[in-house]
Design a protein around this ligand. Structure first.
Ligand SMILES: [Mg+2]
Length: 398
């Protein structure tokens, strides 16, 4: 096998809030990655100044050496910014290796252990309401499971009436015939979270996600012991090392690393094996773009403890064709082969359709990416998350 040298690393910020990575090699292989860190696009662009300086000229085949050098070779390591940048580079290098060897990445990771990948969509936005029509729309798309936000902005100890409203919404979604995961989004503090977890327990949600902020592994472990509902967490953890306190405390049942933040396909695959040793399932977090989703799917196909995959198709952050056809920025917008993510009976038929192609299996419409990126950059600031304040003027978790 002749060596492929990295000749160019480009990044593209595109709507709705994504950052794509394009890596080209000396033998003209193009790999795509995704380094989206929602709301912190410029920080990732800065981190790429360093990655470009270090790895243009490096052998693209040496994914593990590049990963370790990016991680260990500059003293400071980990965290959302450095790891999201590394994630996009890692995904692109796996895409290149698969294309060079003409096999999907999941073959390089050991081959499939399942035929289809179970997926879920989102209902409601940041302010969860009107859930029935949203649930019906997801059902019509082919989903059998969804996720929703548990509460709106909530103070440290808020009115108990907030909690009953959440339980009512969960009941409404279940009445449509869908399984539902409830994302607490780290919005609740312990005094409210333990009440809501208890209230939801008899409704059998698939999981409750980020019941508390990830700074609270001990308190999350207490909550995990207090209810039978599976506890999910991981989108704000950035390596297998970050998962360790949650695993050692038996605090979680489902790990949700985000392939765009946790170190790419290399680290997602390692986290899958690591969490399996604690009897913890894997549900990769992915409210992001098509490249991140394809990267998650590579691991989902070959990880024995895989549970379910998040998908952003028609999610509230995206601009869908129903919203504005001219400005569409949805999961399929930048893809030349959107059919690979077809959802049927709650699954994507991954090995037959999605990821039979070499590399990560998605074909990117490069012209569209370049055009969209140019327009988006001219608009000024990229996407930012809202900053929430309560009736008293005090900050609330978003
Ligand atoms: Mg979440």
């Amino acid at each position: 096998m002749t060596a492929s040298t990295i000749s160019k690393i480009e990044i593209f910020r595109v709507p709705p809030r994504w950052l794509f990575v394009r890596v080209e090699t000396s033998d003209n292989i193009i790999g795509w990655g995704e380094s989206t860190l929602e709301g912190h696009t410029e920080a990732i662009e800065g981190a790429f100044c360093d990655l470009r300086e270090r790895f243009v000229g490096a052998e693209a085949d040496n994914i593990q050496d590049i990963w370790q050098t990016a991680y260990m070779g500059r003293f400071y390591r980990g965290g959302p910014v450095l790891m999201s940048a590394l994630s996009g580079l890692d995904i692109a290098l796996w895409d290149i290796k698969g294309k060079k060897l003409r096999v999907p990445v999941w073959q390089l990771l050991g081959g499939k252990v399942r035929e289809r990948v179970k997926v879920y969509g989102w209902i409601g936005g940041d302010h969860p309401s009107e859930v029935i029509s949203a649930a019906e729309a997801r059902k019509a798309q082919g989903f059998t499971a969804v996720k929703m936000n548990g509460t709106d902005a909530i103070s440290w100890i808020d009115s108990p009436s907030f909690l009953q409203a959440t339980a009512d919404r969960v009941k409404q979604v279940k009445s449509v015939g869908l399984d539902v995961g409830v994302d607490f989004h780290g919005r609740l503090h312990k005094g409210m979270a333990k009440q809501l977890a208890k209230l939801l327990e008899p409704l059998h949600p698939m999981f409750i996600e980020e019941p508390l902020l990830p700074t609270q592994p001990e308190e999350i472990a207490d909550l995990s012991n207090a209810v039978s509902t599976p506890i999910a967490l991981g989108e704000r953890l950035f390596s297998r090392f970050d998962f360790r306190p949650y695993l050692e405390r038996r605090a979680i049942d489902i790990a949700q690393p985000d392939v765009s933040h946790c170190g790419g396909i290399s680290e997602l695959h390692r986290i899958a094996s690591y969490t399996e040793t604690y009897d913890v399932g894997l549900a990769p977090h992915c409210p992001l773009g098509p490249i991140a989703l394809a990267a998650c799917m590579q691991v989902a196909i070959c990880a024995p403890n895989f549970v379910i995959q998040e998908m952003s198709w028609k999610m509230h952050y995206n601009v869908t064709s129903e919203d504005d056809p001219a400005a569409e920025a949805d999961l399929h917008t930048y893809m030349a082969n959107p059919e690979v993510f077809t959802v049927k009976e709650g699954y994507v038929a991954a090995y037959k359709i999605t990821l039979a192609g070499p590399g990560i299996g998605v074909e990117i419409d490069e012209e569209r990416v370049r055009r969209a990126s140019e327009n988006y950059v001219h608009k000024g600031s990229p996407w930012r998350n809202p900053v929430w304040r309560g009736e008293d003027g005090g900050l609330r978790e978003w």
